[in-house]
Design a protein around this ligand. Structure first.
Ligand SMILES: Nc1nc2c(c(=O)[nH]1)N[C@H]1C(S)=C(S)[C@@H](COP(=O)(O)OP(=O)(O)OC[C@H]3O[C@@H](n4cnc5c(=O)[nH]c(N)nc54)[C@H](O)[C@@H]3O)O[C@H]1N2
Ligand SMILES: Nc1nc2c(c(=O)[nH]1)N[C@H]1C(S)=C(S)[C@@H](COP(=O)(O)OP(=O)(O)OC[C@H]3O[C@@H](n4cnc5c(=O)[nH]c(N)nc54)[C@H](O)[C@@H]3O)O[C@H]1N2
Ligand code: SF4
Ligand SMILES: [Mo]
Length: 762
C-alpha cells in the first residue's frame, strides 16, 4: 500500500466523528496521523453511544483510506472512463443532461437514490432540491427495497409517512421483534447505539424478548421465546394475535381510545384469522400464537417492532400496519416503555393538534407497469423497464446518488443491460462499482474523514432524543469539493444554470424557508424580516447555515431569540460529544395529520390487503418439498459496498447458501459443496453451508455480492466476488401498496452442482 507523502509529518491527534456506517450513529474518536485515519475507538463521552463501537466502526480508517476510492472525477471519452478536472466533469454533466431535457422533457431523466444518502448531510439536504429542479416523477430510491411499507402504513394511520414509532428500548418490559436481527444489523428504524447491550439490559431488568424469524439468528439466541415462522406468513400470524386479543377481551387502548377510529372494523377484519386457521400456513401452533397475544397483553409495558423481514415481503404494508395495530390495541403506542415517536432537533416544532391533509397513495403511476407512487416514489424494481421500454416518457438519462441498484434491486441483470443503453448517466459515488461503471460521469465525494456529519434521518428514529454534530476531522483541502457542493452543482445543472455559484442553492433555500416562517403566525419569527434573520445564521458552509436554521426553528431551538437557552449551531459546536435532549415523550395527538385528526385504524387500502391475505390463505398450504429464500446480513458488512476492505471480509462474512440439514440431505447437498439456486428471474451458483440455524424449507443467501463485472475498480471485492442474490427474482413480486420488492420469502429451486471456482481469473 502506498502512503500518501506529506511534507511535515505530525504526531497523532484525535478528533470526534459520528460513524456513518450504520443506523446506530455511534460517536467515534479517530486517531489522525499524516492526514490519515490510523485508528478508531468508541467515544466514551458521546451522550448517546457512550463508547460503543462495532467492528465496522473500528475499521473506519481502512474503509476511509481504501486505495480504490476515487479521488478525482471520471468522464467517459471514447467509451472509457478517464480522470478529469472537476470543472470539466460538471461541464460534461450539463452537456449530457441538456439535450435529454430539451428533446424529451423532464420525465426522461430519472433519479435513483441509495441508502448512504441517509448517512450523509448532503444526502439529506440536496436530493429534494435535485428532484424539484429536474421536475421528473421518475424518482426511485432504496426505500422500495426496504422500509416503504412502514411509511405507507404510518401515512395511512397517522397522516404522516414519516411518523414511525420506535420501540422504547430502555424502558420496555416486553419486546416482540419481527424479522429484525439487530445483533448483526445494529438496528434499523430504531437508532440505538449498542442495541445488543440494550437487549441484554432488558432481560437483566426482568423483561422479555420474543423473536420471530425463520432463522435462529444471534438475536434469536438471546430471546426468551423464539418462533421459527415460515417466511412471508407474519401478516397471518399477527392477524391471529389481533383476533386473540379481541376474542379474549384483551383489547385495552387506554388513553389512546379518544384518538382512535376504526377499532370495530379491525375486529371484523380479524374475525376469520383464528389461530387455528393460520397455524398451518405459519407453521406455528395455534396455542403458541395465543401465548404471544397473552404475553403481549399482560406485559406492563410492551413494544412490537418489525424490520426487513416484516417489510420486504409479499404483505409488507399489511404486516407493518399490524405491528402498529398491536401496539395500539394493547395501549402501548405513545407511552413510555411502548412504541414512541421521537422528536428530533431538526423536526418541525410541535404545534397545537389540528386535522391535517391526510396521506394520499397512487396520485400517479409508473409508465410501463402502472405501479402507484408511494411518497412520491416509484418502485426501484421497475427502473429497468422504464429505461428499456421505448415510447413516450421513456427514461433516457439517470442521476444516481449513493446507489448500487445493479446489485441491490431485483433483476440486476436487466438493469445492468438497461443502464448500458442510457443516453446519459451521472453517478455520485466514491467507488467505481457495478452501477457506476455505466456512468458517463462519476463524481466521487470525499471520504468520511473529510466530511461533516449530522444525522438528519436517524435522529428521527432514535430511542432517545439527542443531537450531535461533527465537523470534518481532516480539512478537505482546496483540490476537491465536498458532497454538499457536488450535489448543489448537480441541482444547478438540473435547473439549467450550470455556471451559477453553488452557494446560491443554499442561500435560496434559506430565503425560501425563512420567507415561509415569517408568514406563519405560530412561528417564533412571525412578522420578522427574513433577510435580517438570514444574516444571523452562523456556519462555515451553506450546509452548516441550513443546519443552524433548522436547529433554531426546531422543537428545541432558540427561535432567533425567542428562547435564549435553545439550540443553535454555535451551541451544538460547544458540545462536541452531543447534547442529550431526554427520553422520548408522548406526541399523540399533536403529530396526527389525518383528515379526521384521529388515528385512522382501518383505512380502505388496508381492508383491500386484508381481503387479499384471506384469499391467499384459501390457496392452501405450501407443499412440504417447496423451498423459499430469505436474506441475511453480516456484522462486518453493509449492503453492497463494504466488501473491498480486507478487515471486513473473510471469516464468516461470506456469500454462502445456508441450508437446513434435512433439506440438504433431501436435495443431495453437502457442506462446502456447490448449489445452483433458481428463481423466476434467473439462477446463481454458491457454496453450501449446512446449518440448522435456518428452518426447514428455507434457504438463505446474503445480498450485495456479485463483484465480478468488468469495468469496476474494487480490487479486493473482485477477488472474492460472491454472487448476486437479486439475480434470482425478476422484479415482478412487489408489495402492491408500497411498491416494495419482495426480497424475502419467494420460491426457489436448489440442486447440487460442482463449483469450478468462484474467483475470476486475474
Ligand atoms: N436481496 C436483498 N436485496 C436487498 C436487501 C436485502 O435485504 N435483500 N436490502 C435492501 C436494503 S434494506 C437497502 S437499504 C438496499 C441498499 O441499496 P443501495 O443503496 O443501492 O446500495 P448500498 O450498497 O447501500 O450503497 C450504495 C452506494 O453508496 C455508495 N456510498 C457509500 N458512501 C457514500 C457517500 O458518502 N456518498 C455517496 N454519494 N455514496 C456513497 C457506495 O459506494 C455504494 O455504491 O439494498 C437492498 N437490497
Ligand atoms: N452489518 C450490517 N448492518 C446493517 C446492514 C448490513 O448490510 N450489514 N444494512 C443496513 C440496512 S440498509 C438495513 S435496512 C438494516 C436492516 O436491519 P434488520 O432488518 O435488523 O436486518 P436483517 O439482517 O435484514 O434482518 C431481517 C431478518 O428478517 C428475517 N426474515 C426474513 N424473512 C422473514 C419473514 O418472512 N418473517 C420474519 N419474521 N422474518 C424474516 C431474516 O432471517 C433476518 O434475520 O440493517 C442495516 N445495518
Ligand atoms: S454500530 Fe454502526 S454506527 Fe456504531 S460503530 Fe458500528 S457501524 Fe458505526
Ligand atoms: Mo436498508
Amino acid at each position: 500500500m502506498t502512503r500518501p507523502h506529506s511534507s511535515a509529518p505530525t504526531g497523532p491527534v484525535s478528533a470526534p466523528r459520528i460513524c456513518p456506517l450504520c443506523e446506530a450513529t455511534c460517536g467515534l474518536i479517530l486517531t489522525l496521523e499524516d492526514g490519515r485515519v490510523t485508528g478508531a475507538r468508541g467515544d466514551r463521552a458521546d451522550v448517546f453511544s457512550r463508547g460503543f463501537v462495532c467492528p465496522k466502526g473500528a475499521a473506519f480508517g481502512e474503509l476511509d483510506g481504501d486505495p480504490d476510492r476515487l479521488a478525482r472525477p471520471l468522464v467517459r471519452r471514447d467509451g472509457r472512463l478517464r480522470e478529469t478536472s472537476w470543472d470539466e466533469a460538471f461541464t460534461a454533466v450539463a452537456r449530457g443532461l441538456r439535450p435529454v431535457l430539451e428533446e424529451h422533457g423532464p420525465q426522461a431523466v430519472a433519479t435513483v437514490l441509495g441508502n448512504p444518502n441517509a448517512h450523509t448531510m448532503a444526502g439529506a439536504l440536496y436530493p429534494p432540491l435535485l428532484i424539484g429542479a429536474l421536475g421528473s416523477r421518475n424518482v426511485f430510491t432504496a426505500s422500495t427495497l426496504d422500509q416503504m411499507p412502514k411509511h405507507v402504513s404510518s401515512g395511512l394511520l397517522y397522516g404522516d409517512a414519516m411518523a414511525v414509532p420506535v420501540p422504547d428500548l430502555d424502558r420496555t418490559d416486553h419486546l416482540l421483534m419481527i424479522g429484525a436481527n439487530p445483533l448483526d444489523s445494529n438496528g434499523s428504524l430504531c437508532t440505538a447505539p449498542d442495541f445488543p447491550g440494550r437487549l441484554k439490559a432488558l432481560r437483566r431488568r426482568g423483561g422479555r424478548l420474543v423473536v420471530i424469524d425463520p432463522r435462529r439468528t444471534r438475536t434469536a439466541a438471546l430471546a426468551d421465546r423464539y418462533v421459527a415462522i415460515r417466511p412471508g406468513a407474519d401478516a397471518l400470524l399477527l392477524f391471529a394475535v389481533v383476533h386473540t386479543l379481541f376474542a379474549e377481551g384483551l383489547v385495552r387502548p387506554g388513553p389512546l381510545d379518544e384518538h382512535l377510529v376504526g377499532v370495530a372494523e379491525v375486529r371484523g377484519l380479524a374475525e376469520d384469522f383464528t389461530p387455528e386457521a393460520v397455524a398451518g400456513a405459519c407453521d406455528v401452533p395455534a396455542e403458541e400464537i395465543r401465548a404471544l397475544a397473552r404475553e403481549l397483553a399482560a406485559a406492563p409495558r410492551a413494544a412490537v417492532y418489525g424490520r426487513i423481514g416484516s417489510t420486504t415481503v409479499a404483505f409488507g404494508t399489511l404486516t407493518s400496519w399490524l405491528i402498529d395495530v398491536l401496539n395500539i390495541l394493547t395501549g402501548n403506542l405513545d407511552r413510555p416503555g411502548g412504541a414512541m415517536f421521537p422528536l428530533s432537533a431538526t423536526a418541525a416544532a410541535p404545534r397545537p393538534p389540528r386535522p391535517g391533509r391526510g396521506f394520499a397513495l397512487g396520485r400517479w403511476h409508473s409508465r410501463v407497469g402502472g405501479h402507484p407512487e408511494a411518497k412520491s416514489e416509484l418502485p426501484v424494481a421497475a427502473l429497468a423497464e422504464e429505461i428499456d421500454t421505448p415510447g413516450e416518457g421513456q427514461v433516457r438519462a439517470l442521476v444516481s446518488v449513493a446507489a448500487n441498484p445493479v446489485l441491490s434491486a431485483p433483476n440486476g441483470a436487466r438493469l445492468d443491460r438497461a443502464l448500458a443503453g442510457l443516453d446519459f448517466m451521472v453517478s455520485v459515488d466514491p467507488y467505481l462499482n457495478e452501477t457506476a461503471r455505466h456512468a458517463h460521469v462519476v463524481l466521487p465525494p470525499p471520504p468520511p474523514s473529510r466530511s461533516a456529519h449530522f444525522d438528519f434521518t436517524f435522529n428521527a428514529f432514535a430511542v432517545r432524543n439527542q443531537v450531535r454534530y461533527t465537523r470534518p476531522p481532516i480539512p478537505l483541502g482546496d483540490d476537491r469539493p465536498d458532497e454538499a457542493e457536488i450535489l448543489a452543482r448537480l441541482v444547478l445543472c438540473a435547473g439549467g444554470r450550470p455556471d451559477a455559484d453553488h452557494r446560491s442553492v443554499d442561500t435560496a433555500t434559506i430565503a425560501r424557508t425563512l420567507g415561509k416562517a415569517v408568514t406563519d403566525p405560530l412561528s417564533p419569527v412571525h412578522g420578522h424580516d427574513p433577510a435580517v434573520l438570514a444574516e444571523r445564521l452562523t456556519g462555515r458552509t451553506g450546509a452548516e447555515r441550513r443546519l443552524d436554521l433548522m436547529l433554531r426553528l426546531g422543537p428545541y431551538g432558540e427561535g432567533f431569540g425567542a428562547d435564549r437557552e435553545g439550540l443553535t449551531l454555535e451551541k451544538l459546536l460547544a458540545h462536541p460529544h452531543g447534547i442529550d435532549l431526554g427520553p422520548l415523550t408522548p406526541r399523540v395527538p399533536e403529530l396526527l395529520r389525518t383528515r379526521s385528526g384521529k388515528i385512522e385504524l382501518c383505512p380502505d387500502p388496508i381492508v383491500g390487503e386484508a381481503l387479499r391475505l384471506r384469499r391467499s390463505l384459501e390457496d392452501g398450504a405450501a407443499s412440504p418439498d417447496s423451498l423459499v429464500l430469505v436474506g441475511r446480513r453480516h456484522l462486518r458488512s453493509n449492503n453492497s459496498w463494504m466488501h473491498n476492505v480486507p478487515a471486513l471480509t473473510g471469516g464468516s462474512n461470506r456469500c454462502t447458501l445456508q441450508v437446513h440439514p434435512e433439506d440438504a440431505a433431501r436435495l443431495g447437498l453437502c457442506d462446502g459443496g456447490g448449489a445452483r439456486v433458481t428463481g423466476d428471474g434467473g439462477a446463481v451458483e454458491a457454496p453450501v453451508e449446512v446449518t440448522d440455524t435456518v428452518r426447514r424449507g428455507v434457504v438463505s443467501l446474503p445480498h450485495g455480492w456479485g463483484h465480478d463485472r468488468p469495468g469496476t475498480r474494487l480490487s479486493v471485492a473482485a477477488a472474492t466476488p460472491g454472487v448476486n442474490v437479486n439475480a434470482l427474482s425478476d422484479g415482478t413480486r412487489l408489495d402492491p401498496l408500497s411498491g416494495t420488492a419482495v426480497l424475502n420469502g419467494y420460491p426457489v429451486r436448489v440442486t447440487p452442482v460442482t463449483l469450478i471456482s468462484l474467483a475470476p481469473t486475474p
